[in-house]
Structure formats: C-alpha cells, structure tokens
Design a protein around this ligand. Structure first.
Ligand code: ADP
Ligand code: MG
Ligand code: ZN
Length: 627
C-alpha cells in the first residue's frame, strides 16, 4: 500500500471518530450516565417530582443539560424504601425551584456544559458531519478492497450488561401478602437454596425453574425478590422484552452472559420478567416468524438444560400469558413448577393493605376492612398505589394523619382517573346530569341492584360524570335477575337522554355503557345459559379474565346457532331498554328535581339520594326484573 496523505487520513479517521465520541461523552456527563444501565433509567414527571419534594423524599438533585434535566436521588415507600436515581425533565423555567430545594435542605448541584465557547461549538458541529462522511468513505473503501472482512461491527451483545444484579433485595416474605399458596411453594425453593446438601444427599434433584403466572401488579416481581431476600442470595433480573433487540444474535448472547454471571455468583436467583416476549410458541407465525426470538429462546433452553440441577441457580420467570408459552419451556427440567398468583380476594386485599399501611399514619376512623370491601378487582400494586396517593394527598392538605376523605378521593382516582374541573352550567352539563341521574334512579328503583354510592358531575379520567354503585361482594354468585338489573341500570343513562331530549339529541356519552351492556347480555347467552338457547356453554369459559378478551374466540357452533345468539342478545337488550325507558318516564318529575339539585351541588351522596327518592316514590314497590 502506498503511503499517501489520503491513506493516512483515511486510516486515522476511525481513531478520530472514537476520540470524538469520547470527547462528546466527556463534555456532557448526562449522556454517559444514561448509558450506565441502572443509573437514572427511570423517570418521573415534574409534577410528581414536586409531590416527592413536598413529602420530603428527595435527597439530592443534580441539574444538567442547561437546566433541562435533573437527576433526582429520592427515597420513599413507592421506591421500595431504597434510594433511587430518577430522571426528571424540567420545564423551561421552573419558577422558584432552587429556592424550594434550599428550603427543603436538598443537596443541589448544577453541572454546566463545559464547552460554552461558541468556537468550540462551531468546530464540534462541523467536525462531526465531516468525520461521518469520511468514515463512510472509509467503510466503503474497505468493503470494496475486500480486506478486513466484515469486521466486528456485529458484536453488540457482550458489551452491555443489560441485566440487573442486586446483591441483597432486602425483601422478605412478610412484605408479600395475600398470596399464601405461592408463598408456601416458595418456602420450599428457599430451602433448596439454603441447604441444597440435604436434597442432594437423598438423591433429589432441585427444580431449575419456577414460572409465576398472573396479571400485572399482583406481586410476581416482589415474590421473586422475596425468595432471594429470604435465602440471602443475589438476584439477577432481566425483562424478556429486553432480550428481543434489533440485531439477530444479541438476545442469545445476552442469555449466555446472564447465565455465565449467575454461575459465578451461585447460589442465586435469575428472574426473567415478561418471559412471554421470548417464550412464545415457536413457528406459529404469530408475530411473523421472529428468528431473533427463536434463537433467544433456544439459547435459554440450552442454558437451562446445561446446568446441573444442584448448582444452586433457580430461574424464576413471570408472565401473564402462560397460554402462549412454548411447550418446550414447560417440560420437566425447565419451568416444571408453575405458581399462579391472582388478583387478591377480600382477605388478600386486607392483608396487603395491612402491609402497606404499616409505615403510614392512619386516622382512627380509617378502617382497612372497609377499604378492602370497596376495592374488588384491585391488584396489590393498585392497593399500594391507593395508600400512597392518600398519603400524598394528606401531605398536600397539610394534615398529620390520613383520613377517610383522602382514602375516598384516592380510591376514586385509582378507579376512574384524575379529577377534572366541572363544566359550567350549559346544555351539555344538563344532559350529563340527566344521564347520570338516569343511571342512579334506575339502579335505586330496581330491586336487585347494588345501592348507589354517589352521583357526581365532576369529570374523572374519560368520564364526564359518574354514578358509583357500592361494589358487590366479589365472591358471591350473581343471579340472572341481578345481571338483568345491571343491564337495565347501565341503559338508564341513555334512556334518560332519550326521554328528556328526544332521539335526535342523544349523545356518544353512552358508548361505554353500551359496551358493557352488550358484553353482559352476550355472556348471559353464551356462557351462563341464561337465554332461550338453554344451558349451553358456547364460548370458551376459560377466558383469562385479566386479558379482557377471548383470544382464541373458539366458534365451535354452527352458523345457525350464531344467528340465534345474536337474536337472543338483541332480545335481552331490547327488553331491558324498554324497562329503563319505563322507569325514567314513570319518575320524570323526581328526575327533574334531582337533576337541578345535582347541577347546583355537583355531587350527591348515596344516602341523600335515596332519601330524596323515598320521599317522592314508594320504594317498597321496587321494579322487579323477572323476564
Ligand atoms: P408484578 O410483577 O406482578 O407486575 P410487582 O411485584 O411489580 O407486580 O408489584 C408492584 C408493587 O405492588 C410491589 O412493589 C408492591 O408494592 C405492590 N404489591 C403487589 N402485590 C403485592 C402483594 N401481594 N403484597 C404486597 N404488596 C404487593
Ligand atoms: Mg413485574
Ligand atoms: Zn353512562
């Protein structure tokens, strides 16, 4: 090769490019810190940050990036009582933030960008495009000349440690509540980890994998951490979705890395979250024959087969979609133990509330059983969130103890979203008021309906107004007349719009109601045998309730039956609609009165609502649903 200026220039380019990147990294520390996998990869909003500040949970704030970004060190119950670094985007001018931080005695440090000089900026800006073009030319040249081969450009997997390791999770079984069976199962796993000898001595093979199945927020991650905490072993964790990357081979090499590290640290727990992201059935075509995923899965299977049962590594995986996992994963010697955790029942909720209220100051009036009764369907995470929201609200109201009022607002917030500002009096507010009173009055006058808890015109989340009914006991069976009552009450809103404003004026506000109505009616026909078709199960009853839909949608009935189903659904809904219209028409005078009251007050509590209704109607002859 001739030594020419051109050659020297071209060969030195990669070096310069590397230097450039180092330099960039050096100048803006924020970037390099972000590359570090476990520093500040969680974020929070500015508003949230202010709440944290208020609560006194913020310990230190580092401001970067020309006051655009802050890395916040905070500790609090929401963060598992560990100090964590969280990234916050600051608004353009955060008024008085610095003073507020001073007042709260938070450590504050600002890191200015060092190359403020304009010349350096200019040089930097020009340099990069030039280098880029030069670098491209070089690559092009190299591939043309055929020397050097494909290079090492593809070995990404090794360098990044994308799994997390916690030497001590600090979580024990007592921190996990309401999942007693799962805990029992895991007690055994802890014993395996603590004294493997006693199992090896009698020739028992220690299981390699445990699969945790359950909807989000039920404590799967928490349980896995608790095993590590109880057994006092390190906890390696990675999420399935992190395996699946753009470049083929990266996932597989990450699996290799992870197991290698784990073996060096045995005994330990490897936790794979969202394993369904890699562990889907192979070759089904769902997700379009993803080669990368298959390779990752194969590597995982190989690794799990590769270590002897008694090396002290136990792989815990979590998913909410066990139905789509590859059968190979569930074979003996792999994830042969399966533990399901479900949304807690009343006792479970009570136990979880006890755990999470330990470090909170509750007013004597606050009753945990009452909260548990009011929150059917809440997961552990929802309950933790609920108590935390209440605590934040208490601090904001400058109270010393959490009272029922904060608890109520937080339940509403968790169920239905953030409270909005009420509309000013207008035709549309009137219409919403009629709609809600329609639900409430129909629900109240039906014999088998749950009582109204409150009616409100204060918007929340997507809803413009809301009627709350006291939730039914989540363990009781529901009768046919109860379901019918619910359908009628759900139609009460639309029925009131129709009666009061006429068919032409009805609004889209009822769409959510109609969705529920249709789904309830359809289930009556296809799952509960509550229609003229008779006691047949026509749709898969093993629908995972938390998926919210039927994946396979097994239509194992004839077209003829399909038509019959539709007819039955229509008949049920039509009859219920009639009933709702009738109740609204019969009670028009009292409805007008309550609507005026509601517009004036925005919210009417259930007891008062019932009192008013009772004064003007004869509640004893409630409408009974029979047909
Ligand atoms: P998952 O992994 O199942 O989605 P997590 O374990 O991440 O749920 O739970 C999130 C948070 O919710 C936990 O950190 C904990 O505060 C709370 N939580 C969930 N389930 C429970 C439970 N059974 N007992 C106590 N706390 C729980
Ligand atoms: Mg989780
Ligand atoms: Zn409605």
């Amino acid at each position: 090769m001739k030594i020419s200026w051109k050659n020297i220039l071209l060969w030195s380019l990669p070096l310069v490019v590397i230097l450039f990147f180092l330099w960039q990294g050096f100048l803006s520390p924020i970037n390099s810190e972000n590359n570090n996998s476990n520093i500040a990869n969680s974020r929070m909003t500015y508003g949230r940050f202010l709440e944290y500040l208020e609560m006194g949970w913020v310990k230190r704030v580092d401001i970067y990036d020309n006051n655009h970004t802050a890395i916040v060190e905070a500790i609090g119950p929401e963060l598992g009582n560990r100090t964590q670094k969280i990234r916050v985007e600051l608004p353009a001018n955060a008024p008085g933030l610095v003073k507020q931080l001073r007042d709260k005695e938070v450590d504050l440090d600002a890191h200015p960008i060092k190359n403020t000089s304009a010349i350096w900026n200019l040089v930097g800006n020009l340099f990069f495009p030039l280098l880029f073009i030069g670098g491209l030319a070089l690559l092009f040249r190299r591939s043309n000349s055929g020397s050097g081969g494909p290079g090492q450009a593809m070995s990404f997997g090794k360098s990044k440690a994308l799994f997390q390791m916690e030497a001590k999770t600090g979580i024990i079984f007592d921190d996990v509540a309401g999942v007693d069976e799962a805990k029992e199962e895991f007690q055994e796993v802890v014993t395996f980890l603590k004294e493997p000898e006693s199992f090896t001595a009698v020739g028992a093979k220690i299981p390699k994998g445990v699969l945790l199945i359950g909807p989000p927020g039920t404590g799967k991650t928490l349980l896995a951490k608790a095993i590590a905490g109880e057994a006092n072993v390190p906890f390696f964790s990675i999420s399935g979705s992190e395996f699946v990357e753009m470049f083929v081979g990266v996932g597989a090499s990450r699996v290799r890395d992870l197991f290698k590290k784990a073996k060096e640290n045995a005994p330990c727990i490897i936790f794979i979250d969202e394993i369904d992201a890699v562990g889907r059935q192979r070759g089904t075509g769902i997700g379009g024959g993803n080669d990368e995923r298959e390779q990752t899965l194969n590597q995982l299977l190989t690794e799990m087969d590769g270590f002897e049962g008694n090396t002290g590594i136990i792989v815990v995986a979590a998913t909410n979609r066990a139905d789509i996992l590859d059968a190979a994963l569930l074979r003996p010697g792999r994830f042969d133990r399966q533990v399901s955790v479900d949304v807690p029942d009343f006792n479970g909720r009570l136990a979880i509330l006890r755990v999470h209220s330990k470090n909170k100051k509750l007013d004597v009036d606050v009753s945990l059983p009452t909260i548990a009764r009011r929150t059917p369907g809440f997961s552990g995470a929802d309950l933790a969130n609920l108590l935390n929201e209440a605590a934040i609200l208490t601090a904001r109201r400058r109270k010393l103890q959490i009272t029922n009022s904060e608890i109520d607002s937080s339940i509403d917030r968790v169920v239905a979203g953030m409270e909005g500002t009420p509309l000013i009096d207008s035709k549309s507010k009137r219409l919403i008021a009629y709609h809600e009173v329609g639900h409430a009055i129909v629900g109240t006058l039906l014999k088998n309906h749950e009582p109204v808890q409150k009616v409100t015109l204060i918007p929340r989340g997507q809803a413009r107004g809301l009627t709350w009914f006291t939730p039914a006991n989540d363990q009781a069976l529901i009768s046919r007349s109860q379901i019918l009552s619910r359908i009628i009450a759900a139609l009460g809103g639309r029925a009131a719009e129709e009666v009061v404003f006429g068919d032409a004026e009805v609004t889209t506000g009822a769409s959510n109601d109609l969705q529920q109505v249709t789904s309830m009616a359809r289930q009556m026909v296809t799952r509960f045998g509550m229609s003229e078709i008779g006691p047949l199960c026509l749709e898969d009853a093993t629908v995972n309730p938390f998926l919210g839909r039927n994946l396979s949608n097994s239509t194992e009935y004839s077209d003829e039956i399909a038509i019959k189903i539709d007819t039955q659904v229509k008949t049920i809904v039509a009859a219920c609609h009639e009933k709702a219209l009738q109740i609204i028409k019969d009670n028009r005078v009292i409805i007008d009165y309550v609507v005026d009251l509601l517009i004036e007050r925005e919210t009417i509590e259930g007891d008062e609502f019932r009192n008013i209704i009772e004064k003007y109607t004869k509640i004893p002859d409630k409408y009974v649903v029979s047909g």
